[in-house]
Structure formats: C-alpha cells, structure tokens
Ligand binder design. Structure first.
Ligand code: SF4
Ligand code: SF4
Length: 84
C-alpha cells in the first residue's frame, strides 16, 4: 500500500531525502499539503527498509496508508524491483 501525506503536513521536508524511491515530491502551493507522495513510486519502503522511512522521520505523524492503493507485499516488492 502506498503512503500519502495528509493536510496535517507542516512542509518541513524531512521525508524527501530518506525515501529510497524518490517518491516524495515538493509541489506548488496550490493545495495542501505542498509535499506529496507519488503512489507509483512508493513501496512502503518494501525492498529497502523494514519500516517506512518517511513515517519514521515525520515530526507530526501526517503520513498514512493511501486507501486507494492497496497492494500486497509481493506487489510492493515487484514495484521496487521495477524502479531500481
Ligand atoms: S514509505 Fe518509503 S517508499 Fe514510500 S514514500 Fe515513504 S520513504 Fe518513500
Ligand atoms: S516529514 Fe511530515 S511534515 Fe515534514 S514534509 Fe514530510 S510529510 Fe510533511
């Protein structure tokens, strides 16, 4: 399941550099939040880490599973392997 950033985001940017898949993007401030996760690149860190690294560093716990992107561990691993 890919992750998503909720409107609780304070736009600190801490989650960008820890993502192994370059899935976190900084968008333009036309809507909240500014930072957003590309569901096609997010593997829940499967393939690289035991835990989602963005959640580990987020100071306000605003990163949650994306209910529209339910994926199995196998699908997440296949996505990771396709990306790398
Ligand atoms: S869960 Fe992992 S792969 Fe997904 S956005 Fe967060 S750091 Fe990147
Ligand atoms: S770490 Fe959390 S608060 Fe900071 S930009 Fe990422 S989602 Fe937003």
């Amino acid at each position: 399941m890919a992750m998503m950033i909720t409107e609780e985001c304070i736009d600190c940017g801490a989650c960008v550099s820890v993502c192994p898949n370059e899935a976190v993007n900084e968008g333009v401030a036309t809507d909240v939040p500014v930072y957003w996760i590309d569901a096609d690149r997010c593997t829940e860190c499967v393939g690289a880490h035991d835990e989602p690294q963005c959640i580990e560093v987020c100071p306000v716990e605003c990163i949650v599973p994306n209910p529209e992107r339910r994926e199995s561990q196998e699908e997440l691993l296949a996505k990771y392997q396709a990306l790398h």
